[in-house]
Write a protein that binds this ligand. Structure first.
Ligand code: SF4
Length: 407
């Protein structure tokens, strides 16, 4: 490994984007006041997986080099957390999952199953393990790639609980009590207003900050939560010194997918959903139950596609024929039964590649477990560094190993 003097003589430095948490480089990072640093000759890097920012480059880099390097190409880190809800439905797929898949092209993504958050509202944890498994299986089959993204379970990385505690010491209670979702939850479950409900935004902030998440995909309704997370990390940084980037919102317009009942949005709790893992027969059965235009009572009545949620689903799954179907509906030249058959076939054919991939993963019984174990290892490596950095900045007394002070 070259030392500084040798390094100065190395020809043509090539940009390589890498880890702000690297042991060797973090002091330089701090000195520069930047969280992204540098470039080195790629062949000199011991470990340089772009998805794992926790590697040892092993190089005694010089700041003068780092200052000259272009770090603008470094992918920003996205953090997203999802409650474990078991098998996913087409509303999840069209909204969240497709977005997660496409973000992988431009960002360093960290996707977390937030099982601890789920405890704030769960009445029973019996199905928790299976729900995590089924949800992650669906994610993987839908294209969330463990080679590109870190996929893990929140409780597998206990440092999040530590950071949650540290953040809770600097978060005024008044900030939390005014959060609209806390007030809603109090109304929804007055028999179970637990501490976790109040502290939810603090734990959410710890989730993001632990992995130094820079970008968080959110719908407009979640903006107040993210603003609170930004306030908490800002407060930490101003009290103790910079550790955490302020996460930026990536405003995402998640399509509102209507449920088959035609009243609520698609959700398992309303039993108005179609699972993405459903077989063609199951899809047909579910679509058949779907409500249509309530004003169209007989086959000969002209329909109003804009008032029909079957038609709303055609927009997603039968886009090429949507005008034709609308016209046929308005002129009563197609009946609802046939219209539903077309929709069921469209959904089924759109999800066929997903079903095939899912079947391959199901045939490997340990696959999901391995993905989550690997994800937890990668996430924990980042988390340990972040916690260490945060505690040092807070000047918490260091734990000393007995072996280091005894003769
Ligand atoms: S024909 Fe299709 S779009 Fe028209 S009301 Fe029936 S199901 Fe809805």
């Amino acid at each position: 490994m070259p030392n500084c003097a040798q390094y100065d003589k190395l020809p043509s430095l090539q940009p390589l984007l890498f880890n702000p948490c690297c042991y060797t480089c973090q002091d330089y990072t701090w000195a520069l006041g930047k969280k992204e640093i540098a470039a080195v000759k790629p062949e000199l890097v011991v470990f340089s997986d772009r998805n794992s920012r926790n590697f040892q480059c092993g190089l005694p880099l010089s700041c003068s080099y780092m200052l000259n390097f272009d770090n603008t190409q470094m992918a920003k880190r996205v953090f997203s957390g999802f409650r474990p809800t078991g098998k996913q439905h087409i509303g999840n797929y069209l909204g969240t999952i497709q977005n997660c898949v496409s973000l992988q092209a431009d960002y360093d993504c960290v996707y977390c199953v937030v099982d601890i958050h789920a405890l704030t509202t769960l009445e029973s944890t019996e199905a928790l393990q299976e729900d995590v498994y089924e949800m992650v299986l669906d994610w993987l089959a839908a294209g969330i790639d463990p080679q590109k993204s870190i996929i893990f379970v929140q409780s597998h990385v206990p440092q999040v609980e530590e950071l949650h505690t540290l953040f809770s010491m600097l978060t005024p209670l008044s900030w939390l009590l005014r959060v609209p979702t806390f007030k809603e939850k109090v109304k929804m479950q007055p028999q179970n207003v637990n501490y976790g409900l109040v502290g939810y935004p603090v734990l959410m902030t710890a989730d993001i900050a632990l992995y130094k998440g820079e970008v968080v995909p959110v719908g407009e309704d979640q903006l107040p939560h993210l603003e609170l997370a930004r306030e908490i990390v800002r407060r930490f940084n101003s009290l103790y010194g910079f550790v955490f980037p302020e996460p930026q919102a990536k405003l995402t317009s998640f399509p509102l997918v209507a449920g088959l009942d035609g009243v609520q949005k698609m959700s398992k709790s309303y039993n108005n959903h179609i699972e993405i893992a459903a077989s063609p027969e199951e899809i047909m059965t579910r679509v058949r139950t779907g409500f249509t235009d309530p004003a169209r009572r007989y086959r000969s009545d002209p329909g109003h596609p804009e008032a029909c949620n079957i038609f709303a689903l055609h927009k997603f799954f039968t886009p090429a024929r949507v005008e034709e179907i609308a016209s046929e509906c308005r002129h009563a030249s197609i009946g609802c039964v046939d219209c539903k058959k077309i929709l069921a076939r469209s959904i089924s054919s759109a999800l066929e590649p997903f079903r095939e991939k899912r079947a391959v993963f199901v045939a490997k019984p340990n696959y999901v477990t391995e993905v989550l174990a690997e994800g937890a290892n990668r996430a924990q490596a980042i988390a340990e560094e972040t916690i260490k950095e945060a505690k040092e900045k807070m000047k918490l007394p260091r734990r000393v190993n007995l072996g280091d002070i005894r003769e």
